[in-house]
Design a protein around this ligand. Sequence first.
Ligand code: 13P
Length: 279
Amino acid sequence: MLVTLQEILDLAEKGGFCIPAFNVYNMESVIGVLHAAEEERAPIIMQVYPRLMKEETGYFLSPTILAAAHRATVPVCFHLDHGPSELETTRSLRYGATGIMLDGSTLPFEENIALTRRVVETCAHLNVQVEGELGHVGTTKDEETDEFTTPEDARVFVEKTGVACLAVAVGTAHGRYKKPPKLDIERIKAIRAATNGIALVLHGGSGVPDEEIRKAVAAGIRKMNFATDVCYTFLDTCLAELQKPDRAIAIDTFMKKPIEAVAEFCKTRIRLVGADGRV
Ligand code: 13P
């Protein structure tokens, strides 16, 4: 069933676990994620990068995500990931998203607050809730950064914006890590305490060691994003299939293996963050 960001975060908070948020890119990745969620009886988020919402892909992909969510017997939230401006957030609302991220993390603090607040207010008219970001989570290609989120800034940001959850910079980055990251678990706990227990979001979940992920969930991470590993899983399986002399030629038949591989990968993450068997 299709649910809102708040509804799915409430499940996580009540159960003391974390919702895995998988980035999807095409119909096959949507089906793979759906199969994983159904088989593991897990609430999940399907999210879309904002560039897809600027291109025609978003127009075609959004109804696919909604179809999957309506077909699902587990809760599914359709979320915009890293919305940089009101163009992407508004378009995503029109396409039926039930969760929106406004990423103002590269803006000056007050501007991030003002833009996030505005999007929170617009979304509230449609019973859609917002994820904000404070302290920029960069990519693994960036130079090392010490721009970690501070508990005091997080307190002010959450209070002034009314976000439903907050993405924090605590040691992760987007992409493939050169060396496994070490998370600042104490900072996660301190931000939770300073913000009256706001649901915290960890970006850059691909390649984070399992033990770090478990500790982050125990400390209060309630949504965790996986994108890069979904892509590698899908594409590596396509490449391996292409090497086989007896490979399927019909595209739908060929895609069965990559779909299955995405489902298997997602199942491992669902279990790792404790979202299995929750529905
Ligand atoms: P990875 O690509 O590192 O898994 O990060 C995903 C993410 O945080 C999407 O916003």
